[in-house]
Design a protein around this ligand. Structure first.
Ligand code: MV4
Length: 489
């Protein structure tokens, strides 16, 4: 096993910056790549070496051959793929290995296995993990009648999913037989368009589940531990908005079972590096495996905060042949952490992306506050990428403390010049069901309408400030509005 001395980050944005921070602490030289649209990205400046990949700004981060070619030319030992882009591309992971470069992540065979949702379900079922009742073989795009027959066998409502899907694409909930054919056909069309494959499967639809995922970390010698769970139930259009660790309302027995099942399955498969086992938990506390993510996730910081373990550093050390340095019993979970994804999107226009120049940037701080972001004053968010620009992560000893601290930090967070989803977060942390930990995946569907009035007031109040082109000091005064007293009052 060679020693990683130089690592290339095949990603951009806040996760590129996060990986740089891990490299600095590991004393590994880090190489950034950037597109023509990302010249001003802060990770480009903070890396030890940065390389422009010209041409299409999205392809810059997707062209694996070109990235490997660069890596070889400049003597890179390892590539960290981050999340998105090439992170779950088994061919890219294999190409790294074939070119003598360490891929910081799982084995290509496991990336491929879990990319195929049907194969993944089958493999997990075979090793005794409960999966949702449904088709065990792919249904091809023109087999609507076979799909329909299976759906009625399962019993409505059912859900149609794409075998190679993700992000809710190619997914349809079918309430009754009469609408099955139409929904199956639109789902397959979508699947073919986005994933280049029309293979589908049908499952019993679980109403109002909680979305709970278990973080796993394993070394090359078969040592494996879990790092607790994250509750990702609060989503909008299949995009996670808030993630929490631990889940505020999960029974002790369910939690223990989830950990045991996730760990045992990954052990049986010989899984290595980090992974997230996703489950749906139904209203009766039954849980079912749905998917496995074979990469670091956006929401990894909440796990880092409650365990004190640097997940990115662990990934790099494991890829370098390092053993896990802790046993399960040695991992201490402390308090609660919640992540708020800070997106450049406009709550007043159906959360449409709102890239552009940040003219005011005042970040919260103090105890229990962590921010992973590329946002800063005078930075222009390019329009080509995901609208998520950063994450506010809050920690406290108990759930009530987290809610209070989150309110305080979100009130402190001022981003001006572009609309963001901060007003949505401020409304959520004031919601009684959120405060009571009483939510499932339908939370935002039920609540968004009721949040509109508060969000509107919030946005109008702040908008007036930015439009007047005030100094940061004037913004602070206007937002926080302390009443100053005379010396002798
Ligand atoms: C489901 C489900 C209910 N029943 N599968 C969403 C993303 C993908 N990873 C799996 N997802 C779901 N799968 C069965 N059998 C509910 C979800 C789901 C969801 C579905 C519709 C609208 C919003 C949702 C939010 C989270 C999970």
């Amino acid at each position: 096993m060679k020693n990683i001395k130089k690592l290339l980050i095949a990603n951009r944005g806040e996760i590129a910056l996060r990986i740089i921070r891990a490299c600095k602490e590991l004393e590994i030289a880090c190489v950034a790549i950037y597109s023509e649209a990302d010249v001003d990205g802060v990770w480009v400046k903070k890396a030890d070496e940065s390389h422009l990949l010209d041409g299409d700004p999205i392809q810059a981060y997707l062209n694996g051959d070109r990235i490997i070619e660069l890596a070889k030319k400049i003597g890179v030992d390892a590539i960290h793929p981050g999340y998105g882009f090439l992170s779950e591309n088994a061919d890219f992971a294999q190409a790294c290995i074939d070119n003598g470069i360490i891929f910081v992540g799982p084995k290509p065979e496991h990336i491929a296995l879990f990319g195929d949702k049907i194969a993944a379900k089958k493999a997990m079922k075979e090793i005794g993990v409960r999966v949702i009742e449904g088709t065990e073989e792919p249904i091809s795009e023109d087999d609507t009648q076979e799909a329909k027959r299976i759906a009625s066998e399962i019993g409505y409502p059912v859900i149609i999913k794409a075998a190679f899907g993700g992000g809710g694409r190619g997914m349809r909930i079918v309430e009754e037989e009469a609408t099955f054919e139409e929904l199956f056909e639109t789902a397959t069309k979508e699947a073919k368009k986005f994933f280049g494959n029309g293979d589908m499967f049908v499952e019993k639809y679980i109403k109002n589940p909680r979305h709970i995922e278990v973080q796993i970390i394993a070394d090359k010698e078969g040592n494996i531990v879990h790092l607790g769970e994250r509750d990702c139930s609060i989503q909008r259009k299949h995009q996670k908005v808030i993630e929490i660790s631990p889940s505020p309302r999960l029974s002790k027995t369910v939690r223990k079972d989830l950990y045991r099942v996730a760990k045992r399955a990954m052990f049986r498969l010989g899984y290595e590096n980090v992974g997230t086992v996703e489950f749906l938990v139904d209203e009766n506390d039954n849980f079912y495996f749905i998917e496995m993510n074979t990469r670091v996730q956006v929401e990894h910081p909440v796990t880092e905060i409650v365990t004190g373990i640097d997940i990115i550093q662990r990934m790099i050390r494991i890829a370098n042949g390092g053993k896990l340095i802790f046993l399960q019993e040695e991992i201490n979970f402390k308090g609660y952490a919640v992540e708020f994804r800070i997106n450049a999107e406009d709550p007043m226009h159906n959360f449409a992306p709102s890239p552009g120049k940040i003219t005011t940037y005042l970040a919260p701080g103090g105890p229990g506050v962590r921010i992973d972001t590329i946002a800063r004053k005078d930075y222009t968010i390019p329009p080509y990428y995901d609208s998520m620009t950063g994450k506010l992560i809050i920690w406290a000893l108990d759930w009530t403390g987290v809610v209070k601290r989150a309110k305080r930090a979100l009130d402190e967070y001022v981003i001006g010049g572009i609309p963001t989803n901060i007003p949505l977060h401020r409304a959520i942390v004031r919601d009684v069901d959120f405060i009571n930990g009483n939510f499932t995946t339908n939370f935002l569907d039920l609540k968004l309408e009721g949040f509109m009035e508060d969000m509107k007031l919030d946005i109008e109040k702040e908008k007036a400030l930015y439009e007047n082109n005030l100094s940061d000091d004037a913004v602070v005064a206007a937002v926080f509005g302390a009443i100053k007293h005379m010396k002798n009052s």
